[in-house]
Design a protein around this ligand. Sequence first.
Ligand code: NAP
Length: 681
Amino acid sequence: MEPLRSYTAGRWRSPSDEGSALHDAVTGEETARLSTAGIDRAAALAHGREVGGPALRELTFHQRAALLKSLASYLREHRQELYELSARTGATRADSKFDVDGGIGVLFSYSSKGRRELPNATVHTDGGAEPLGKQGTFLGQHIATPLRGVAVQINAFNFPVWGPLEKLAPAFIAGVPTLIKPAEQTAHLTHRLVELIVESGILPEGSVQLLCGNAGDLLDHLTEQDLLSFTGSASTAQRLRAQDNVVRQSVRFNAEADSLNCSVLGPDATRDTAEFDLFVRQLVTEMTVKAGQKCTAVRRAFVPEGRVDEVVEAVVDRLAGIEVGDPRNPEVGMGALADLEQREEVRRGLKGLLEAGRLVHGDPWKPFDPVDADYEQGAFVPPMLLRCDDPELPQPHEIEVFGPVATVLPYRDAEHAVELANRGGGSLVGSVVSGDTEFVRTVVLGAASRHGRMLVLNGSDAEESTGHGSPLPQLVHGGPGRAGGGEEMAGIRGVLHHMQRTAVQGDPDTLTALTGQWVPGSTRTTTGTHPFRKYLEQLRVGDSVVGGPRGITAEDVRHFADFTGDEFYAHTDEEAAAANPFFGGLVAHGYLVVSLAAGLFVAPEPGPVLANYGLENLRFLTPTYPGDEITVTLTAKRITPRHNADYGEVRWDADVTNQHGESVAKYDVLTLVAKEGTTSG
Ligand code: NAP
């Protein structure tokens, strides 16, 4: 059998030796051979930096997001063959969906977030401009630009599709090329995934490469612009983090490592409650999905003391109904571990746990008859539940057995549950299954600093809950301490991880030119056509209109109060308003000021401006009194053409001032503006 090829420096490359064999987790047959002998890692990294990076940086965030969406659709069309290969790793169809569909889902989600939450530009502005001098000629602005290196990902074996895709998506949106190094056991599935990506021809050359096998000297060639994103065991994380070149070059390093995740059953959850049932069902799911080879799986189940017997009985009852065997058989609820070595690993780890607890279900040393499979050939174990009556013993809080294994432990009260949860030394996720808000509050706030994610599960949210074990692209995936101290995804936060934040100091015009976003103090163009009469392409950042002045009378204020029903005393009761510490007399409604300002800046006839879809950052800064005169200056601040739409978004800076030149209100007006040549305008 030919060893799997790597995709580096623009083509598929065969290793120079025959490599080592990979085996089907179910039948033990050889499925592939693996080696990276002779593959030039330095050249792969250079190709990413010199070909992939520049191609990506040519594109805006929105263009990259659109490519990611096309890729997601392409992979979805081809997912059947990924499922089939996935079954050879021991995964049931449900497990495969978790991996394959989950990974594709992350691409869709990042594509959508990239288009909605980032500008259609190549620079991200982080926060507003910071005034640094009294006259407004010197400002600071944080910007984020893509690192000019490669996002190297070293993956664990358990999610051969989701793992590479959840790391690729934020890197790609950021404009950073990726090099994927899969774990040995399931590399053939990642190999097919990358083949599909390359075959699709959707992504720019150099933006995705594959080193299919051993990392070799890869880390020695990293530079300070590269990133290293690792998923795997805590011991490997420790080794890679301390690698000489990684330390010397301060390579941005992210680790997702082991985690002794917990689930806490609240004291309110007696046997007849929905929460009791949810706790038991969730524990069984967490033990059996991917045969427990899931970094987020519940390893420690904390139960009020006195309720351990009931919980153990209910969990064992459910586990007894789980069929173990060939994952292709739809009756099978749990497939095989990744390989026979993993089975040995599970047995070794379990010996450690047995120093503290005892098995109440499942025995990995006792052969059994898996459905449609041979126990000797496939990496089968039963789900294993332990009971440990002394929660102070160290083993359950220290030993992660990466298989279908969990331990039930008692706790005394909420504080004790927090203490025990935190003994995991930093975890990816913890669940609290309870409808008792006080209890939940104590546990979540007490354990949050040691968890990346916390799920509160109860009768109110169960139907919609995405579950304990599912990391979501919108939310942080990662955890402190033992869990690696890293963070992945979390929406756009994960994109920014691949970018350098730089504080740029300078004059307003320069900052506007650098960011493509108008900053206060930079030039405004107030001559010529009203900006509301310009199509998206004609509009320039800095295009402005000044409206007013317009006087505000006591009658205006009274009328507005009558008309809207907003008769708050500051607008209607002279005596009470005079006693107000901020106003000292009757004042105009803030909304009246904003409404009058709109009347001063709009161009009323039909035109390219299609709609006002909101205001942001509205602040009333100075009271407006009857007799005052207001003037509004509206300036195009950011122009965002929408990909695949005949309009775009325009954000306007609105500054309403009084006759003394003081700002009375500041806000952003959000509009949709037609592109030229469309019928909309
Ligand atoms: P592992 O043995 O640490 O391997 C992880 C990856 O590191 C593999 O790709 C491996 O490559 C690579 N690797 C090992 N030594 C290396 C070195 N010296 N230089 C470069 N790369 C090296 O972990 P695993 O057994 O695959 O995965 C199971 C562990 O991962 C569990 O402990 C689990 O908790 C953890 N995990 C964590 C998460 C998370 O998101 N936090 C997710 C999944 C799994 P080879 O395969 O080629 O050796």
